[in-house]
Design a protein around this ligand. Structure first.
Ligand code: F6P
Length: 491
């Protein structure tokens, strides 16, 4: 099988360069090995009507990386607009933050259709397309509309919310109908898949028996594939990084103090405000902990042109400075707050230096930082993971200290508990988590999805003729015809 993987963000960085985006960083090593073609955005835009989408292609391991310049007129509406100001807030159950308009939706569909046209040049008779994430809910339908009958898989890296919350997205029905062009739809957790199926059942009245949705496209199998990491590689990075200047400087600066670490994009889904408040609360409730522990919060800036993100950046900067101002001493700063990224190797070394990993999102598809923190620990003296029960990772890492990220006092107490946990208990919890990480690596995730995609497509081929997809008539309206008629159909 010839695999074409598609994601908005791609990565060519090595373990020694700063990484952006959990998805791109996670996919890089497996895509590199697989020989797949990885298609995504170049991060650049082009003016004017492009007859042929422009792709810069370079070798990537046994395969290739193809980076597309996206249409200038639609990039903002697609990325900052519909993807990140309508879908992202809804997928993370923050419908109050949805800010979008008809033009954004049009741009989102235009970019999906642009990618579909660009993908045709990579199509061979035995090609399977594997599309990643919420940027491309409608890409499968656009491919089918172009006559593509190849296996089409989709994996959602974010959560899928309850039916009423997803119903807050303008055009939610058209989008989910379009998703049914995929043969296989993968989710991080059972909860996400169940939410999706109950939307399809309740909103579209389609049969979902056995997790298979029957639509005019045929069958779409909905299944769970929790994404993993390469724990052995992370452990090697962590051991190697001990001598890295950033890591040794950090250790020296601690003067025997303990360290808690958080590593996140600045995003409202990550629960950063609550986490800082919990650390503050812990120092208030247990003042004897002052000067014995600090929090290193690495917070890479993200999507800064979107108002909600700009507001959060300002709020966090004020909050950190307030906490440091109230609790700090001439020779002790409670929170070390850094708005910059680090390479995977250095991150692994920083994780290993910290006695506590604090991963407390309000909602998260999986959260690979939680898995990376665990894999980076020293087996003879491991740290403790404090993990939100709303991170997908909590399903597997159930021997972490699970917290409710809305309960500030509870989180404060739990971080203090983690700091004083005896070695035996730390080891038992850590070993149980490592066993889970080893049982579900990123390599397993990749192979399982690709296998299941092949099977789902074969099963679809066997359907009686009358239930086969009607590819000539796409289930959604062609983007170019969007206009007044569609504006009136905002759900
Ligand atoms: O699904 C989450 C995701 O796509 C991850 O790749 C990453 O955590 C984040 O969103 C990246 O966002 P962006 O590409 O907008 O920086």
């Amino acid at each position: 099988m010839n695999l074409v993987v598609v994601s908005n963000r791609v990565s060519r960085a090595s373990a020694n360069e700063p990484m952006t985006g959990g998805l791109a960083a996670a996919l890089l090593p497996v895509v590199e090995k697989s020989g797949a073609i990885w298609v995504g955005s170049s991060g650049r835009v082009r003016d004017g009507a492009q007859k042929e989408p422009f792709a810069e292609i370079e070798a990537l391991g046994a395969g290739a990386l193809a980076m597309l310049d996206l249409p200038a007129a639609h990039y903002g509406g697609y990325y900052e607009g519909f993807a990140n100001s309508a879908l992202w807030p809804a997928l993370h159950s923050r419908t109050d933050l949805i800010r979008t308009c008809q033009d954004d939706y049009r741009s989102y569909r235009e970019v999906n259709s642009f990618f579909a046209r660009a993908l045709l040049r990579f199509r061979k008779p035995d090609t399977a397309f594997w599309i990643q994430d919420y940027h491309f809910l409608a890409l499968g339908a656009e491919l089918r509309a172009l006559g593509v009958t190849h296996p089409l898989g989709f994996f959602l890296h974010t959560p899928w919310p309850t039916r009423d919350i997803f119903g807050g997205v303008p055009h939610h029905r058209e989008l989910v109908e379009a998703m049914l062009a995929y043969d296989l739809i993968g989710f991080q957790t059972e909860g996400d898949r169940d939410n999706f199926l109950s939307y399809v059942d309740g909103e579209l009245s389609l049969d979902t028996t056995g997790g298979v949705v029957m639509s005019r496209y045929g069958a779409s199998r909905c299944a769970v594939f929790p994404i993993g990491i390469d724990p052995a590689k992370f452990a090697t990075h962590a051991a190697k990084a001990a001598s890295h200047p950033d890591v040794s400087r950090l250790r020296r600066s601690l003067n025997g103090e303990k360290l808690a670490i958080g590593v996140d994009r600045v995003d409202y889904s990550k629960g950063l405000v609550n986490r800082i408040e919990a650390f503050d609360r812990m120092l208030e409730l247990q003042p004897q902990l002052k000067r014995t522990v600090s929090l290193l919060q690495i917070a890479t800036l993200s999507r800064g042109t979107i108002e909600a993100y700009g507001d959060l950046q300002n709020q966090l900067a004020r909050l950190v400075s307030d906490v440091n101002g109230r609790h700090g001493e001439v020779d002790w700063t409670p929170i070390r707050y850094l708005n910059k990224g680090f390479s995977q190797t250095v991150l692994a070394g920083l994780y290993r230096t910290a006695q506590v990993g604090v991963v407390t999102p309000l909602h998260d598809g999986m959260n690979l930082v939680a898995k990376e923190y665990v894999a980076a620990q020293n087996p003879v003296d491991p740290g403790v993971l404090v993990l939100s029960k709303y991170a997908g990772a909590a399903n597997e890492l159930d021997t972490a200290l699970l917290v409710n990220p809305h309960d500030i006092d509870g989180m404060a107490r739990t971080i203090a508990t983690a700091l004083s946990m005896p070695l035996l208990e730390r080891r038992m919890r850590w070993e149980a988590m490592m066993a889970k990480l080893r049982a579900g690596t990123i390599q397993d995730w990749f192979a399982d999805f690709v296998d299941a995609l092949g099977q789902a497509h074969v099963a679809n081929d066997k359907l009686p003729v009358e239930t086969l997809p009607v590819v000539e008539s796409p289930v959604v309206w062609p983007v170019r015809s969007l206009g007044a008629e569609v504006s009136s159909r905002f759900h």
